[in-house]
Design a protein around this ligand. Structure first.
Ligand SMILES: Nc1ncnc2c1ncn2[C@@H]1O[C@H](COP(=O)(O)OP(=O)(O)OP(=O)(O)O)[C@@H](O)[C@H]1O
Ligand SMILES: [Mg+2]
Length: 258
């Protein structure tokens, strides 16, 4: 749903001889509902670009226009507001809070955006259905597998009904099979909701399943290719995303999910 335009985006860290031009003049337009990957070697500027795009960092120069709003003109408060209403994040390493259970983690972004609590909880419950984890809502992160934690992180990115989801290595810490399921889940959510996805990744399998691959080198775009996303291994049914031992802790003991 989001329309993004980066014009001559630059981010320089440090000064003088020690200056690092992490982002060095990126021009990029991404349209509504696109499912894009951003690839490139370590240090090529992917995370920095994503942090600027997510309004987590101010660029040194250049503009970022999201859905017609030139974000460089926004005050810090307005930027935070814009971020919490429009953008969902899937961070590297999940970033779930260990002391909160899964559903409270998913609802965390709502603390900053306000709104009707009951409706929010219903929406969170719907998202757990969507990710095939309705029976895991009250588990804490430590009681979930890596793939499950990552699915919770995806649900959390979507709780505010953003128009744009940004992911930094969203499949970085899971095995190949889990990674494929996560990709299928994100693709389905992209198809069904029209949310724009921009995913930074080293995972070539993930990149091959996106509609467009933007490659960075030394803070610049060196290629930008549209592709027919690979569909050779069909998207798994949502039932496949639910662990076989659903409702138990894997040792056959039922876990109470209130
Ligand atoms: N806060 C910072 N201060 C100084 N230099 C930085 C800072 N953050 C990033 N850099 C430098 O900017 C460059 C781009 O970093 P960035 O994190 O965007 O790379 P990346 O493409 O995400 O790499 P990776 O694949 O390893 O995550 C790197 O050379 C890095 O050392
Ligand atoms: Mg990075």
């Amino acid at each position: 749903m989001a329309n993004i335009e980066l014009t001559d985006l630059r981010k320089t860290f440090g000064k003088g001889e020690r200056a690092v031009h992490a982002v060095d003049g990126i021009n990029l337009a991404i349209g509504d509902g696109e499912f894009v990957s951003m690839v490139g070697r370590s240090g090529s500027g992917k995370t920095t670009t994503l942090d600027c795009l997510g309004l987590l960092m101010r660029p040194t120069s250049g503009t970022i226009v999201i859905d017609g709003t030139d974000t460089s003109t926004l005050s810090d408060g307005k930027r935070a507001d814009f971020r919490s209403h429009k953008i969902g994040f899937i961070f590297q390493g999940f970033n779930l809070l260990p002391s909160l259970n899964a559903i409270d983690n998913v609802m965390l972004p709502l603390r900053y955006s306000g709104g009707d609590k009951k409706a929010a909880r219903r929406r969170a419950q719907d998202l757990f259905e969507e990710i095939g984890m309705a029976d895991r809502m009250t588990h804490r992160p430590a009681q979930l597998s890596g793939g499950e934690q990552q699915r919770v992180a995806i649900a959390r990115a979507l709780i505010n009904q953003p128009t744009l989801v940004l992911g930094d290595e969203p499949t970085g810490e899971v095995d190949t099979e889990t990674s494929q399921k996560l990709i299928a889940l994100m693709r389905r959510l992209n198809r069904e909701t029209g949310v724009t996805f921009i995913l930074v990744t080293h995972d070539l399998d993930l990149a091959s399943r996106t509609d467009r691959v933007v490659r960075l080198k030394d803070g610049r775009v060196i290629s930008d290719e549209r592709q027919t996303a690979r569909t050779d291994s069909p998207a798994p049914d949502i039932a496949d995303l639910v662990p076989a031992e659903a409702g138990t802790d894997g040792k056959g003991e039922a876990i109470a999910v209130a």
